[in-house]
Design a binder for this molecule. Structure first.
Ligand code: ADP
Ligand code: MG
Length: 216
């Protein structure tokens, strides 16, 4: 089904109702995508960090998968909160608390059956929570350099494919950036020329979610 076929106003008012099977499929798809890219995330983090990002993220998503049946039974806000708590406790590093904050804040703002506009509003609030927690903003070569353009594309009315493309482009755009936050900032100019690992993991998760939504 192509969401674009719907007139804009109708599409905007449509509520996303996810049954347990759909939630399970989405969680599983995102977890598999991250786990399949463990080595790539490790290599990216080895270049400009301490090489643990792949392992950190995989540990977190393996814990989520272990609990997938219980998570899929929850309402969308409860599911987001539950998955966020897992990431906080299992991922570790800088990214665990930051991704955990993102999902917990998303859960706080997300209605059980959100419209597209409500998803965008919740995403904006969650990005604000990450910025506050990380004392960071766009342009510092972090996950925010993917999260913010993905949000902007969604808020501007982009469909799942457009959001996925924006996230992938934004991750690639971190390559020439100089890191001013997180471990990579210790490298100064030597952080230039490598993709930020957190930008890549954000792009992977958003891409996988968009693939699932695009199929609905
Ligand atoms: P650590 O840096 O503690 O080893 P990870 O390797 O798991 O943690 O995660 C590193 C990623 O976290 C970075 O690539 C970056 O995207 C993100 N990150 C680190 N610090 C911040 C921050 N202050 N704000 C936003 N994102 C950050
Ligand atoms: Mg690291």
């Amino acid at each position: 089904m192509n969401d674009n076929a719907l007139p804009r106003a109708e599409f905007a008012a449509e509520r996303f109702r996810l049954d347990a099977g759909t939630k399970r499929r989405m969680i599983s798809a995102i977890a598999s995508r991250v786990i399949a890219h463990t080595d790539e995330l490790t290599e990216l983090d080895s270049a400009i960090g301490d090489g643990d990002h792949g392992h950190n993220m995989t540990r977190g998503f393996e814990a989520i998968v272990q609990d997938i049946d219980a998570l899929a039974q929850l309402t969308l806000p409860e599911l987001l909160r539950g998955a966020g708590m897992k990431l906080v406790t299992k991922v570790g590093g800088a990214s665990g608390p930051l991704y955990g904050t993102l999902l917990i804040a998303l859960g706080k703002e997300m209605p059980e059956e959100p419209t597209r506009a409500e998803i965008a509003t919740a995403f904006a609030a969650a990005i604000g929570a990450v910025k506050a927690r990380g004392k960071s903003d766009v342009g510092e070569k972090t996950m925010l350099d993917v999260l913010v353009p993905a949000y902007e594309t969604l808020a501007a009315g982009g469909d799942a494919a457009a959001v996925r493309e924006a996230a992938a482009r934004a991750a690639a755009a971190t390559v020439p950036m100089r890191a001013t936050r997180g471990r990579a900032s210790f490298l100064g100019d030597r952080s230039i020329g490598h993709m930020d690992p957190g930008a890549r993991s954000s792009s992977l998760m958003i891409g996988s979610l968009c693939d699932e939504l695009g199929d609905n």
